[in-house]
Ligand binder design. Sequence first.
Ligand code: AQP
Length: 333
Amino acid sequence: MEQTEKKQVVFSAIQPSGTITLGNYLGAVRNWVKMQDEYDCIYALADLHTITVRQNPAQMRRNILDAYASIMACGVDVEKSLFFIQSHVHTHAEMAWVLNCYTQFGELSRMTQFKDKSKKHADNINAGLFTYPALMAGDILLYQADKVPVGADQKQHIELTCDIAKRFNGIYGDVFKIPEGFIPKNGARVMSLQNPLNKMSKSDENVNGCVHLLDTPEVIMRKFKRAVTDSEACVRYAEGKDGVNNLMTIYSAVTGKSLDAIEAEFAGKGYGDFKTAVGEAVVEELRPIRERYEQLIRDKAYLEDCYRQAAGVALKISSRTLGKVMKKVGFVR
Ligand code: AQP
């Protein structure tokens, strides 16, 4: 009898720390959708990670549901993939504690995200913000993931995850699969439209810097028209043209056109035409997502059904790895 080959496992998560952005979509979620047929995909809303920055409880509850519906609207199909809410699956917090004890202070101190977020939230540099990568490592390792589709900003955390896994395996034998980051060629680092030296973030205080998946077409067009460019008035990808480079990257990621083709398309045209074209391409990419979201968010009972069921399955899978870890470490089972 022909043996069916076991599919590789994909794991990734996103924080419900605000409305999902074009950056999250192009950097990660779009790949989540594409990978569903080829891989066994497991996706999560990383709400435990979200409280490393102070949240308003009522707003956080809304953000979690909105993010769940938004990701489904992007095309994550709960019939094909597991899509759960991290705090519903207690193995994540337990695994994080164990892995904290196998993660070095020096390693965590080097994390760029910790340094950036410490500057941004100087009044609340809490221990959770510092140990965030150990929780993330646990998320991935619990499912013995082969591939982790993320944006370029998460590369350092994936590398640390591999280091922690190798360290643990070095002591106890082959407990964890060593995962591999999966970073898109196009759109891996979408920058703010207002400050193209900073990445586009859900929590950007400048509302014009960030395009949200649920922004209306009018709002999207306005944000692109106000996008920071330069005084050269020439659409070309070059050093020092961060604003234009970012717009070209977005246009390329959405349309599939190469940077050369984009330069040719806008040769002799000004930034006004270019910004309009980028805005329109993004509007068309996001339109079906927004429409699907509007339907999904009305059906709270269906959403609840989906995330409850997924949590049960995730608990079962992750408990296998956690059980093995606890036994290896020496806890009495
Ligand atoms: N600007 C970006 N370009 C490309 N990919 C991005 N990602 C985030 N920003 C960009 C990718 O999206 C996935 C989910 O990110 P996250 O929510 O877990 O964490 P984050 O990187 O902290 O996201 P934000 O939007 O910047 O949120 P806040 O403002 O709350 O900190 C990841 O795969 C990430 O690489």
